[in-house]
Write a protein that binds this ligand. Sequence first.
Ligand code: IDP
Ligand code: MN
Ligand code: MN
Ligand code: MN
Length: 212
Amino acid sequence: MTDIGWGNLAQYEHYGRVGDIKEDFDIISYEDSKGELYSSFKHASHAMLFARNDTVLWDLYKSRAAIMMQMRFDGLLGFPGGLVDPGENPLDGVNRELEEEIGLDLCKHKLQNSDQVVSFVNKSKNLVLHFYGKEVTVNDFSEIEMKTLSAPDYGNETLGMIRPPLYTMGDGYRGLPAFLSNSYAGNSRQELLIGLQHFKILEQDEIEKTRR
Ligand SMILES: O=c1[nH]cnc2c1ncn2[C@@H]1O[C@H](COP(=O)(O)OP(=O)(O)O)[C@@H](O)[C@H]1O
Ligand SMILES: [Mn+2]
Ligand SMILES: [Mn+2]
Ligand SMILES: [Mn+2]
């Protein structure tokens, strides 16, 4: 089946298949990312909203945290967020996209520059990507999650929210490793692992276990 064309996405969706260029992920500082050097790049910002939670499934599997990810219009998993519009800065972009895609109440949960976790260049896509992360309470997480159903982009760009399982089950595969074997948009798979480590939701050795 050939691609039916990228339309206006062609400007940055250069390569054809997901995962063609796995490790195209050059970390840069947040400051540099907003400088002259990258002003000609397309920028995109995505965010990981999460709430720690110590429930244990069947006295076996620690939930650890609820993480908000989404099934996207392109059939790939990713975080809420999107392209930074011309004249917008990456932070305004992510707040606008979160309002569009999950109906985030910016009066309560607006992201700040201090919520930036990592910025990197995906050369093959001519994209600078900014990844933000913010911890909320379990109640706030549920409230945000409930509201996603009435978000402007719900049902077209955003096809439903999911919470990745963060435990590994007895066969060493089901749970997080199985989740990680799905297809991801852009570098969202790497971002998830970075977010889990950055916020100490998973220890390094647990993350190593999930690497393919
Ligand atoms: O969760 C993500 N993390 C990092 N990059 C992503 C994620 N989802 C998509 N991308 C990449 O960023 C680009 C723009 O993101 P997205 O498709 O969300 O824009 P939009 O919401 O403005 O339509 C996509 O073409 C893809 O390459
Ligand atoms: Mn969007
Ligand atoms: Mn957009
Ligand atoms: Mn998006």
